[in-house]
Design a protein around this ligand. Structure first.
Ligand code: C2E
Ligand code: CA
Ligand code: CA
Ligand code: CA
Length: 280
């Protein structure tokens, strides 16, 4: 048993080593990616559901990294960027790029289009983050009310006093704040009371089970009801089927995002959707 344990340990530590190695490689490559233009944004539509047919309300900017001919998932490289601190520079770039793009679409006729951007808690922990956001809004001309900043519960948890101060400043700019992946973190309910939030996004893991799975259905229904009774806007994430839209309609959930409407698209692709050459 002892030698089996040893072998297992050896295997475990070599796995750890490989992981560390991979992490290092990614970090080196990322440092270059930022300067070589390997990072780009795609945009996923967020729709309003109560108008007979889905109406485009906004887009969520999602980061993509094309490296050595393949696309690396943000779930894999964002933690690396957070670890190395590069998320600050990349996050600034994402914010500025997304606001510039959405402002251009607004001026081209999508006057009501909103721009959602994901934040990392490291960004909120910069003392001057709200001032940076104000600068970007001024420089790009995007109205504060058109910007939605998305943050997850687990990120809010990390330094809640600093985060609270920062979110209050952002809210006072007129920016909308969304709690992302709602229901997957801890003590979600406390956050709803404590932080100045405007929107909750029902995590796609719950929506995925609707309308067949009784538990997913009960949880999604409860989150939608809770959000509405607190006066929040509720957005369902990860909508992939008509039956889920029907369910959301019955629950009075007005906003949704997911592959059913559109995958995340390049700016050019989305442009085609706007000009009617392409439809949902
Ligand atoms: P998220 O903010 O929850 O973004 C939604 C994710 O769900 C996206 O994955 C999107 O492509 C995917 N998705 C959308 N509709 C559907 C659907 O119908 N079904 C399924 N199964 N998935 C759907 P993506 O683009 O891989 O991003 C993963 C996560 O990476 C994001 O999750 C977000 O937490 C993070 N992320 C992406 N871009 C940024 C960024 O610029 N900054 C930061 N800090 N995080 C980012
Ligand atoms: Ca998000
Ligand atoms: Ca989410
Ligand atoms: Ca997520």
């Amino acid at each position: 048993a002892k030698s089996a344990g040893k072998a297992q340990f050896a295997r475990y530590s070599s796995e750890l080593q490989q992981q560390a190695q991979r992490q290092l490689e990614l970090q080196n490559a990322l440092a270059q990616a930022c300067s070589c233009g390997e990072l780009r944004l795609v945009y996923q539509p967020i729709c309003r559901l109560d108008q007979g047919q889905p109406v485009l309300m906004g887009v969520e900017a999602l980061l993509r990294w094309q490296h050595d001919g393949r696309e690396i998932s943000p779930l894999e490289f964002i933690p690396c960027l957070e670890e190395s601190g590069e998320i600050l520079a990349v996050g600034d770039w994402v914010l500025r790029q997304a606001c510039t793009q959405v402002r251009a679409w607004q001026l081209a006729g999508q006057t009501q289009l909103r721009c959602s951007v994901n934040l990392s808690s490291r960004q909120l922990q910069q003392g001057d983050f709200a001032a940076r956001v104000a600068d970007v809004l001024r420089e790009t001309g995007l109205p504060a009310a058109s910007l939605v900043l998305e943050i997850t519960e687990s990120q809010l948890m990390q330094d809640s006093a600093q985060n609270l101060a920062c979110l209050r400043e952002l809210a006072s700019l007129g920016v909308q704040l969304a709690l992302d992946d709602f229901g997957t973190g801890y003590s979600s309910l406390g956050y709803l009371k404590r932080f100045p939030l405007h929107i909750i996004k029902v995590d796609k893991s719950f929506i995925a089970g609707t309308p067949q799975d009784a538990e997913s259905l009960a949880i999604s229904r409860a989150i939608i009801g809770l959000g509405h009774s607190l006066g929040l806007t509720v957005v369902a994430e990860g909508v992939e089927q008509q039956a889920q839209i029907d369910f959301l309609g019955r629950e009075g959930c007005l906003y949704a995002q997911g592959y059913w409407f559109s995958r995340p698209r390049s700016p050019d692709d989305l442009q085609r959707l706007f000009s009617g050459e392409d439809c949902f």
